[in-house]
Design a protein around this ligand. Structure first.
Ligand SMILES: [Zn+2]
Length: 623
């Protein structure tokens, strides 16, 4: 997930912003003997005998400088004469190369009292001449003034850090264990999902780097609440003041966790930590924790329901993507992009289960879930990009597109969160109707969990289709070819009809005059984007054009809307804009206003089968 973007994904309402491995070694008792290997999907035994001993000390003596003081010690009988230390360039769950090394400064290295020489050999690698020493200690500072769920922030209020953005690792040693000691500022305490080392204050142990990098830390004078679900300890770490009611949050989160438990039959961790920072919106999933950000005063209605959506989304990820792992997502390559065509399942599928488990938990109703799907469908109808990019293509190109959107995205992209959610919803309906209500997408998730994750295997696009077909009891190749691998317009009604639903537009297409430009969010008349084929596109208007007059009248947004409202299809307008500081005028011929206000409603006179399938999915009668 990305932040604003990511929140959008998850809160999408569909209006905010949004954003997972084998066993949680550190948590699952049986996982103790397992760890990631360097091989494609395998799980092998503990770190090799030759693994170096690695420890970190994280200090923050002067928080207002935003400088995190790092000390890293590496000991090994086999320390290479030229030892290379690396910084990750990205962190799992947020698919963008972020170049964390750019915040490193004040680097120095010693062995005992002897200063060693070093040089950088590429953007994220420090090469150290050990001169044959068996240990070295590196010190460096990391500038941390960027609060997101995949970066670091240190100030006089707190420290939040993402280990991949802070801790160097020795080349080729990602399976090595390490110890992290935190030296908190003042009265600050430590919140993290990484297990503590008993008998040592503020000291934690990771069995390998996939676990270390998966464990964010919050260090501050936070408020916390612990509660137990299915015998497992859960904890909220709330950093900073806000209008939250932790009793209510814990009670509602318990209901969400119980619904996920019902799907998988177990909670595969010893404990789970929710870290919440009170700014922005969005989250990042981890094996036994999640880092969240939410508006400080956004914990009461009507915002609260969306906060629970964020919790359900990031929590469900502990199964879908952290353990049910797409082909390329873990073990991870921290220096390069990790390509997968499956983000439409990892993110889109999670975005579907998020409202689904909240509905089963009684936190929202069927109408609310359906209205969320309808709003995504409406938004897709406004994106010609749906004919340019398939779900698999959108997933694969996340690294260069999803996290780097521009004014052309409306014409060349779709979101694998949004379309992925709708297509997983439709896939659930297909499975339910083909199996006569016997199977569902729950069975697909459960199968992948038991037959892939538990057997140490990631899954491929073919595995997902095969599993869905196994549950449906028939080929779904047509569905996958058109809507997953292909870019065809989705025939919503033919699938929704199977459970007695149909897509309806409360505002039918009309001859009201239509321009088709999307305005930027600032609220003025600056064009944000122009979908291909609209009258604005045909007239040559551009993104960033600032409309200042229409037919010779000075135009405010209010004036513009009122003026357009009295126009019909075929009417001509003269639109004056500032473009790159020049006054320009464009002749526009208005088009027909397309249908809008989509909702998903019951069909007239549903059959018994439709009613039964609806009841099966929504747990309530079709009406
Ligand atoms: Zn997500």
């Amino acid at each position: 997930m990305e932040f604003l973007k990511v929140t959008l994904e998850i809160m999408r309402s569909k209006a905010i912003f949004v954003l997972i491995f084998s066993f949680l070694l550190v948590a699952a008792p049986e996982a103790g003997a397992r760890t990631y290997s360097e091989s494609a999907h395998g799980i092998v035994s503990e770190a090799p005998q030759s693994a170096p001993e690695i420890s970190y000390k994280v200090s923050m003596s002067n928080p207002s400088t935003h400088l995190i003081e790092m000390e890293m010690t590496v000991r090994s009988e086999n320390l290479p004469k030229l030892t290379e230390l690396k910084m990750a360039v990205w962190t799992p769950g947020s698919y963008l190369v972020r170049e964390y090394a750019r915040h490193v400064q004040d680097f120095s290295v010693v062995s005992g009292s002897k200063k060693l020489t070093w040089q950088k050999i590429n953007k994220n690698t420090w090469q150290i001449d050990t001169g044959g020493a068996k240990s070295l200690t590196v010190r460096y500072n990391v500038y941390a003034n960027d609060l997101t769920v995949r970066t670091n922030e240190l100030n006089d209020q707190h420290l939040f850090f993402t280990p991949a953005a802070l801790m160097m690792y020795p080349k080729g040693q990602l399976s090595a264990p390490s110890t992290v000691e935190i030296d908190p500022y003042g009265n600050w305490r430590v919140g993290t999902g990484l297990p503590a080392v008993s008998g040592k204050q503020n000291t934690y142990r990771a069995p390998n780097y996939d676990i270390l990098f998966d464990s964010p830390f919050e260090v501050s004078d936070f408020t916390e609440k612990t509660f137990t679900v299915e015998g497992k300890k859960h904890r909220f770490v709330m950093s900073g003041p806000g209008n939250y009611d932790l009793d209510r949050i814990a009670a509602d989160t318990t209901k969400i966790i119980e619904q996920a438990y019902k799907i998988f039959g177990e909670l595969p961790y010893d404990d789970y930590t929710f870290i919440v920072n009170m700014r922005g919106g969005g989250g990042l999933e981890h094996l036994n924790s999640t880092a969240l950000q939410w508006m400080r005063f956004g914990f009461q209605d009507p915002y609260y329901a969306r906060f629970l959506g964020l919790i359900a989304h990031e929590y469900f990820h502990l199964f879908n993507v952290k353990r049910i792992r797409p082909d390329a997502l873990g073990p991870f390559d921290y220096e390069n992009e990790n390509y997968t065509k499956l983000l439409w399942v990892a993110e889109g599928g999670t975005s579907y289960f998020d409202p689904l488990i909240r509905m089963r938990a009684g936190l929202i109703n069927d109408k609310s879930l359906l209205s969320g799907e309808a709003s995504i469908i409406e938004s897709l109808y406004g994106q010609p990009g749906r004919f340019q990019t398939s779900l698999e293509e959108a997933s694969f190109d996340a690294w260069i597109k999803y996290y780097r959107t521009d004014e052309n995205q409306v014409n060349n992209q779709i979101s694998y969160y949004d379309k992925g959610e709708v297509v997983n919803f439709l896939l659930d309906i297909m499975i339910r109707s083909e199996s006569k209500g016997e199977k569902s997408l729950d069975d697909v998730m459960r199968y992948l969990y038991n037959e892939h994750f538990k057997k140490g295997r990631n899954y491929t696009p073919a595995d997902y289709q095969k599993t869905a077909e196994m549950m449906a009891g028939k080929s779904l190749d047509d569905f996958f070819a058109k809507y997953v691998r292909g870019r065809e317009e989705v025939d919503y009604d033919s699938i929704l009809g199977r459970i007695g639903l149909k897509l309806v537009a409360s505002r039918p297409e009309s001859d009201k005059g239509y321009l088709g430009a999307n305005f930027s969010r600032s609220g003025g008349l600056t064009i944000g984007s122009i979908p291909k084929g609209t009258p604005a596109w045909d007239a040559g208007l551009n993104a960033d054009d600032e409309i200042i007059a229409i037919d010779g009248y000075k135009a405010s947004k209010q004036f513009f809307d009122a003026y357009l409202a009295q126009k019909k299809e075929g009417d001509k307008l003269k639109i004056s804009v500032f473009r790159h500081e020049e006054l320009r005028q464009f002749d526009v011929t208005l088009g027909r206003t397309p249908a809008g206000g989509y909702a998903i409603r019951p069909v007239d006179d549903p059959t018994e089968e439709q009613s039964k399938l609806y009841q099966g999915l929504f747990g309530t009668a079709l009406k």
